[in-house]
Design a protein around this ligand. Structure first.
Ligand code: FMN
Length: 198
């Protein structure tokens, strides 16, 4: 599959089967993740591959985080909500947790470390797609909760940046749609070309 075709046909695939993803396919995805650009060659990405019962602690921490905002976690409604959180990581046979561990090198700009990890995520989603796997980048507020950081043993300035749910698609996802690039682009070919709004 050519790169532009892969980019344009990749979709967020929410519905995947329970069929385990072979280790060698997961390894290809992870390898692609390590080939993202990174300023000063810091390679700030960290990956945690959760499969089988290895997904359970993620559900437990999602429930624990949700519980913090509940007045009465034992109420029937809240118990149902917590049970849903416990199940979330089981929506796909493999969940790749992608985190950033920024270097403490003072010449490195912290947000560029995050940028590198976001590029790594896109590499992984495109590779999953090229392997006929479905991928879904999920986040949400709990992603950035200190308890999440603790679960994965990240340092204080580290952060989980995404959960990549990977599996074999259960059904085809419709084609995507985007604005035309000219709607978000200004072509500058004269000195005063930047005057005025986009
Ligand atoms: C940083 C980031 C976080 C995301 N988190 C979620 C999420 O928590 N839940 C969700 O349904 N989609 C999430 N998405 C996926 C987007 O909803 C999806 O990419 C968008 O709808 C476009 O669809 P496509 O990926 O099929 O092109 C996230 C995407 C990004 C870039």
């Amino acid at each position: 599959m050519d790169v532009l075709e892969a980019i344009k046909t990749r979709r967020s695939v929410g519905l995947v089967s329970d069929k385990p993803v072979p280790q060698e396919l997961l390894e290809q995805i992870l390898e692609a993740g390590t080939w993202a650009p990174c300023h000063h060659r810091t390679e700030p990405w960290r990956f945690f591959v959760l499969t089988g019962e290895g997904r359970k602690p993620l559900g437990e921490v999602l429930a624990k985080i949700a519980e913090k905002d509940m007045d009465d976690p034992s109420s029937e409604t809240n118990q149902k909500k917590l049970a849903k959180r416990l199940k979330k990581p089981f929506r796909a046979p493999a969940v790749i947790v992608v985190a950033a561990e920024p270097t403490d090198d003072p010449k490195v700009i912290a947000k560029e470390e995050y940028g590198a990890v976001y590029s790594s995520i896109q590499n992984m989603l495109l590779t999953a797609h090229s392997l006929n796997l479905g991928g879904f980048w999920r986040t949400g507020k709990p992603t950035y909760d200190p308890l999440m950081k603790d679960l994965f043993g990240l340092p204080e300035d580290g952060e989980v940046l995404g959960f990549l749910y990977i599996g074999f698609p259960e059904k085809e996802v419709p084609a995507g749609a985007r604005k035309h690039f000219n709607d978000v682009t200004k072509w500058i070919s004269t000195e005063d070309g930047l005057k005025g709004k986009m």
